[in-house]
Design a protein around this ligand. Structure first.
Ligand SMILES: *Cc1c(COP(=O)(O)O)cnc(C)c1O
Length: 391
């Protein structure tokens, strides 16, 4: 049975009529840059995310660059972040001459470790670098442990910028029981609408979300060459606008998003049951995704499963085996950022951030997309069972 890691064609079939109608609406107006579709999507996305302001931009990576620029974080400054993430969390900072200071992750959830952040804050970070912000990543669709992070940031006068690229619609439960949406907890946050995210555009797209009206306004100016009024530039910005066509498509898809999250959660639950009854959890061959210890109470399920990532014994050979069986998987991420060649000058060595390095060696993302069928999931688990029986 063929089981791709992600099948966007299947999703498109279910929304095709709506999407074509939305695209036609834009084609009829021939207004492709900003305009009413972008305005409307910004309002709808802000409301969905539980923030006051949303600014549509060209990608999640640009959203990070624009947010750093708008906050005046630049050369000589540092951000504390995780090495176990997509490149642009740190790449967007480095692009501006900001030093990413990497700290290790919690091995259970793969999110940044608040204890590791605290250690850096107490030690003060690398010499000559002024720490300005903590950038937690809600990796795979599950929020980082935000309560201690927000507390530390306050104590040390640092901003919190959430990389919520993989986590639109994910929740976090504060210690007092209040529930917050991913992207609504920091000074600002970024979303990505890369096609493989839970809310994916038909191309590149991203967004800055924030409750801070002044900050949103600066991002709005900066995404459009820093110009206001038109052709007058008090600052130097970028050309990084959200396309009207993408906004129109995203508006359609946003109306399905909660249903898709639910389908992914149901698939995750089915995997849990299948792996457990196959004995692969008990035997230690497979480690299922965990919930953070201060979260997930009372059956409350905050994860949106942008990726379903397990630890697997003999991961690389398992991946080869699954490939032969027609099952798509991916390694997120095979080399943590502190060991990337482009960051060699920061001086990290193998062994510096062991939990991240171990995760890079052991994790495997399995198909989890909403349209995945129970039969396909069964085929995935049976093929994994077969691999460990043979090995
Ligand atoms: C997808 C992603 C981004 C931004 O990606 P773009 O492709 O630029 O939209 C940033 N951080 C993380 C963690 C991501 O997964």
């Amino acid at each position: 049975m063929n089981v791709p890691l992600l099948d966007l064609k299947e999703q498109f079939r279910t929304i095709e009529v709506d999407v074509r109608r939305a695209v036609d609406r834009v084609l009829a107006t021939q207004q492709f840059i900003l305009g009413p579709e972008v305005d409307a999507f910004e309002k709808e996305a802000a409301s969905y995310t539980g923030v006051a302001h949303a600014v549509g931009v060209a990608s999640g990576s640009d959203a990070l660059i624009l947010l750093f620029m708008a906050m005046g974080i630049g050369p000589g400054d540092g951000i504390v972040t995780t090495p176990y993430t997509f490149f642009s969390t740190a790449g967007s900072a480095a692009h501006l001459g900001i030093r990413p200071v990497f700290v290790d992750i919690d091995p259970g959830t793969y999110t940044i470790s608040p204890e590791a952040i605290e250690k850096v804050l107490v030690e003060g970070g690398p010499p000559g670098v002024k720490l300005r912000a903590i950038v937690p990543v809600h990796i795979f669709g599950q929020c980082a442990r935000m309560a201690p992070i927000l507390k530390m940031a306050k104590e040390h006068d640092l901003a919190v910028i959430e990389d919520a690229a993989q986590a639109i619609g994910s929740h976090y439960q504060m210690p007092d029981g209040t529930i917050r949406m991913a992207g609504s907890m920091g000074r600002g946050a970024i979303l990505s609408f890369f096609p493989s995210k839970n809310l994916g555009a038909m191309g590149d797209a991203g967004m800055v979300v924030t409750d801070d009206a002044a900050l949103a306004d600066i991002v709005r100016i900066m995404r459009n060459h820093g110009s206001r009024p038109k052709y007058f530039h008090a600052t130097v910005g970028l050309n990084s606008r959200l396309d009207a066509l993408q906004a129109a498509v995203l508006r359609v898809k946003l109306s399905y998003l909660d249903r898709w999250h639910e389908a992914r959660r149901a698939n995750a639950q089915r995997y849990r049951e299948l792996f457990q009854s196959a004995g692969l959890v008990e035997s230690g061959h497979i480690v299922l995704p965990a919930r953070p210890p201060d979260d997930g109470k009372n059956g409350y399920r905050p994860h949106i499963y942008n990726q379903y990532v397990v630890r697997a014994r003999d991961r690389n050979a398992l991946r080869e085996h699954l490939k032969k069986r027609g099952i798509g998987t991916e390694i997120y991420y095979p080399l943590p950022l502190h060991l990337q060649e482009c960051f060699r000058n920061y001086g990290y060595r193998e062994g510096d951030l062991p939990a991240s390095e171990q995760a890079s060696r052991e994790t495997l993302a399995l198909p989890i997309y909403p349209e995945l069928t129970p039969e396909q999931q069964q085929a995935v688990v049976e093929s994994i069972e077969e691999f460990y029986r043979q090995s």
